[in-house]
Design a protein around this ligand. Structure first.
Ligand SMILES: [Fe+2]
Length: 244
């Protein structure tokens, strides 16, 4: 059973930028509730195949942003790679009738066990899933609870789209609230070419599995947090991977 909850509001976001042919990227934000609500940036990657769009790490856009998105094509799919993301997936499912593909991780409000999920995905991703994208491969972290994944696009020398695993916040940006500007560097989040510290701590992925999944060729990383890494990505992440 799922329990409907109102769609979270759209927050301030930037322009949709083209990074590669048929690959676009936009930065918005999220608020983590708590005694000191922390607001920080997060990114959505938009893939186009023919006229169909696949949204990864969804971020709800403003009406103006949605108009720009609509100019790129028709939203057909949503892929959830990160068990700690997904709050805006129901919005896109509802607005466009998008098919929702998710790693094996329930959509729980506040990620609290025992609460009723607010969405059931159409497809739970596993090793046998045929993705709605040509030349794309899933790398799953089955040891992480909730599950997590990376999407490897086999073009341009290898492009990895990541959820919370690979991050690249070299510095805080304009979407960070003051508490987040102070706390997130202390918590180890503000480092270039980083393996998500919060994800490691809470989802407890196995280091061997991370190393095995990243033992593929890739040149670029489009993370859910931080700037895109364009070029030499495997070398740039090598110290963080070796340090696991
Ligand atoms: Fe995240």
């Amino acid at each position: 059973m799922t329990k409907f909850r109102p769609f979270p509001e759209a927050h301030e976001h930037g322009d949709i930028e083209m990074l590669f042919p048929d690959i676009h990227f936009v930065t918005g934000s999220a608020v983590m509730a708590g005694r000191l609500p922390m607001r920080f940036s997060r990114n959505m990657t938009i893939l186009r195949q023919n006229d169909e769009l696949t949204l990864i790490n969804t971020v709800r856009l403003s009406e103006d942003g949605l108009n720009e998105l609509d100019k790129l094509g028709t939203v057909a799919h949503v892929i959830r790679l990160a068990g700690f993301h997904g709050m805006d997936d129901p919005f896109y499912q509802n607005r466009y009738g998008a098919k929702v593909w998710s790693v094996d991780a329930p959509y729980l409000p506040g990620f609290s066990e025992g609460s009723e999920p607010y969405l059931e995905p159409d497809v739970v991703l596993d090793e046998t899933t045929t993705l709605p994208l040509d030349g794309a491969r899933l790398l799953l972290f089955k040891s992480a609870k909730p599950n997590e994944g990376l999407l490897l696009l086999e073009r341009e020398g290898g492009i990895i789209v990541s959820g919370d695993c690979l991050q690249n916040w070299a510095r805080t940006d304009r979407y960070f609230s003051l508490p987040a500007k102070i706390m997130m560097p202390l918590l180890g989040f503000i480092k270039p070419h980083n393996i998500g510290p919060g994800w490691r701590k809470v989802a407890k992925p196995d280091a061997t599995e991370i190393k095995a999944n990243l033992d593929v060729e890739f040149a670029h990383v489009l993370p859910a947090h931080g700037a895109p890494v364009i070029g030499n990505a495997k070398d740039r992440y090598a110290p963080a991977i070796a340090g696991l």
